[in-house]
Ligand binder design. Sequence first.
Ligand code: ARG
Length: 580
Amino acid sequence: MAGLEITDPEAALGRLVQQVLAAQFGAEFAAADPLIRPSAFADYQSNAALSLAKRLGQPPREVAEVIAAGLAGSPAMAAAEVSGPGFINLTLRDDWIGKQADRQLADPRLGVPTAEPVQRIVVDYSGPNVAKELHAGHLRATVVGDAIVRVLEHLGHDVIRAAHLGDWGTQFGMLIEHAVDVGDQATYDQLAAGEFTAFYQAARTKFDGDPGFADRSRQRVVQLQAGDPQAMRLWQLLVDDSMAYLRTVYARLGVTLTDADMAPESFYNSMLSDVCAELEQRGLAVISDGALCAYPPGFTGRDGRPLPLMLRKSDGGYGYDSTDAAAIRYRLRDLGATRLIYVVGSEQHQHLEMVFELAREAGWLTGPATAEHAVVGLMTGPGGQRLRTRTGEQVKLVSLIDEAVERAEKVIAERYDDPQQRSQIAEAVGVGALKYGDLSVARDSSYALDFDRLLALTGNTGPYLQYAAARIRSIFQRAGLDPAQATGPVIAGTEAERTLALRLLGLGRAVTEAAAAAEPHKLAGFLFDVASSFTSFYEQCPVLSSEGAVRTSRLALCALTLRVLETGLGLLGIPIPERM
Ligand code: ARG
């Protein structure tokens, strides 16, 4: 039976239902939606009979009875029973579940399929800016983006990471002018110390308060854009120092972005005039008040007038809109990507939708290619207000990490005497808690920062999952066994073993769904379910003190749980501490 080759029980049942539909009602139903859903009364239920009955003009319960009778013959099914108006409650056979678990254990990919077809996918994430520190708002765009990248790569896709580094634009005139004022050495010292915010603010204050400085800043921009050596040298200094800073933060967060993944705004400079010319020639951009503007259809301001993307300002300069237009053309036309994912805050939604629409009009975004804004919501203060320091500034990402790690040290790692071990565990738990807290909520919803909740050892938290993994490792350590050697066979004997085995089989589905929707929280929710099922299993089923085939099976379930948690947490970018 074809359905049996599939590890995932939902997919296997779906296939079975389709086979029965085709056999009983005609081949045209072989691809009908089997509508498999979780059930409170059985392992799953199929709601397929309800819609099918409508199409056939037959009573739903009768149709359901026919399907149930067809399913009953399958070696996977323990029971298929009609309930209510025509639901079919599906219970799988224990030996089928055991056999599927054995196959998952023997599969290096743990039942996770490889993508077919493989796509080239650009993921635009993190969105850092030169001469600015990462702040709390960057956490989500960075962490969620990195998880999306890992998940897509695990499925075999050809992923291009792109951090759209803000390294160009009018503010650089002001920054360079300030660097000239304070001198090379002072600039270098301040930036090497990572004090970008202070540097930026000093420049800003002068710019706002001193018209002469503001004028010189504007001239600097023109010089920079014309490639003036002094302006370029100071600009490069700012970029290099920022990159050094970004590298350290990404490393600490376990984010996979490298220098080579930076797709800075300046990278698109050489393409800007060509993009403008192309759009103008095609009549997609027109001069308005001296500026070159595109008006993608469907976007109007409050006054009802069409909203522009400003492709070239009236002074000839280029800005954020120009760069994004060039970037999307480059990604589609030159890189040949067929899926673009922009992991960016909700406040840029309209901007990005306008860029996508322009790309469609221009014929760059065509055929199978898609562009999506993977909206990330805000991390707010405790009461839902904007997250600010006591003095009203944006909270630095690094101070968030520091605080998470400090608290982790107090709460979790304090029982370790060896200071090095203690700080290693605290780092993994703190960083893990912060990242997992972000990844476990739907990315487009906002959430309030609450360290106590993030660091809790129970509930859907990083530490709970890390603890589950660490605990299984210690079971094997105590027994002097290697989890990689566990073979099964798995016996889905008790309810707790059965539930755990069924849950574990869903890894492939969880990863595939997270990739399709670019929603890592789906994978996080799955891992939490696995860890909860494991906790019940471990409370109810003695492992090391059991014997014979039961012990072998339970060790196999432990090993499988460990591998599923390690794989899943790895895909989310959550570190697992040595011990916990
Ligand atoms: N650097 C930008 C910012 O700070 C985010 C970049 C997002 N990506 C993009 N292609 N526009 O707002």
